[in-house]
Design a protein around this ligand. Structure first.
Ligand SMILES: *Cc1c(COP(=O)(O)O)cnc(C)c1O
Length: 326
């Protein structure tokens, strides 16, 4: 039985990217972009497919408030707020930091506010602190008579990841013989779902620094989805694009964003999809991805996060070329 609900129109488009392919040293017909940045809710992005399952389950169990955690500039938190609005529920987002900090008035937070979410600022701390704060928030909501449902970090439970099993199947309907699918790896559910549909050999995940042990996280989620044992060693994961860490601007990611934007008019984000594109570029350079193979880049969205990433904003604006009329 499934309580899945629809939060977007499907399928998302798959588009050829011949100019980007050429810039990367691939053949013109080798590279395609699966546009999961175009999912039709709250600014779009990959978290919509997971929320169709997790928010659907919340609705079925009678919840009236969605609670979730994430980074201050979390796309998942923003889309949880959007799903709540669409379904007539309340949303409480448990985020690290304090009100009035730099990250609290830009990017995803602008949309969180517009979407009517309430924010619980959890102060400094790691994932464990955030999870504890989210439990406290749920307890307090229950005392107040509300019926909260906690949506997992990044939406990456086995249930949420089913959205990406569906995406993998959808992709195979659109493009036959896919050799590589390149995707950003954050909380892991997106890669895990794709592997369940496409197999370990075809999916290349690019670790973005959001979790401590990405291979273990993805292996566990994939195992739960497929009901077979999946070992971390069997996964294709690049860990060379984290740089100074999750929130920091990684130079190759910014360069990848520039190349995608100037060759195809496709805008990536500095935290996830820019790193994933940098990983694709590195994979072509070291021969893991070769010309003549069909490669799909999964665009997972994240554009609002670009506007909340002060370093990326600064670098983009200082890159403005001037043209003076005489
Ligand atoms: C969350 C996110 C990812 C990573 O997806 P996971 O399922 O968490 O691994 C990639 N790109 C963007 C833009 C995201 O917001």
């Amino acid at each position: 039985m499934s309580d899945k609900i629809a939060l977007s129109a499907w399928p998302t488009p798959v588009e050829p990217a011949p100019r980007l392919a050429a810039a990367l040293g691939l053949g013109e017909n080798d590279l395609w972009i699966k546009r999961d940045d175009l999912t039709g809710l709250g600014g779009g992005g990959n978290k919509v497919r997971k929320l169709e399952w997790t928010a659907g389950a919340a609705l079925a169990e009678g919840a009236d408030t969605l609670v979730t955690t994430g980074a201050a500039q979390s796309n998942h938190a923003r889309l949880t707020a959007a799903a709540a609005a669409r379904l007539g529920l309340d949303a409480v987002l448990v985020l690290p930091g304090t009100p009035g900090s730099v990250t609290s008035n830009s990017g995803n937070l602008v949309l969180d506010g517009l979407l009517g979410a309430r924010i619980h600022w959890a102060g400094d701390g790691d994932r464990g602190v955030l999870a504890g704060a989210a439990d406290d928030v749920c307890r307090q909501l229950r005392r107040e008579g509300a019926r909260p449902c906690l949506i997992p970090f990044g939406g990456s439970s086995p249930l949420g990841a089913r959205g990406y099993v569906e995406c993998g199947e959808e992709l195979l309907d659109q493009l036959h013989d896919v050799d590589h699918v390149v995707v950003a790896l954050g909380s892991g559910g997106t890669m895990a779902g794709l592997i369940a549909a496409l197999g370990e050999e075809r999916v290349l995940g690019v670790h973005c620094g959001a979790v401590a042990d990405p291979a273990r996280v993805v292996a566990d989620l994939t195992g739960a989805l497929t009901r077979r044992s999946v070992t971390p060693d069997s996964l294709r994961i690049r860990t060379d694009q984290v740089g100074a860490g999750y929130g920091f601007l990684h130079e190759p990611a910014f360069e990848a964003m520039r190349i995608a934007a100037t060759t195809e008019g496709i805008v990536l984000d500095p935290v996830y999809s820019g790193r994933a594109m940098a990983g694709l570029i590195a994979a072509v350079e070291d021969g893991d991805i070769r010309p003549g193979r069909r490669t799909v880049f999964l665009h997972t969205g994240g554009l609002p996060g670009l506007f909340g990433h002060m370093e990326a904003v600064h670098r983009s604006v200082t890159g403005l070329r001037s043209y003076s009329a005489v």
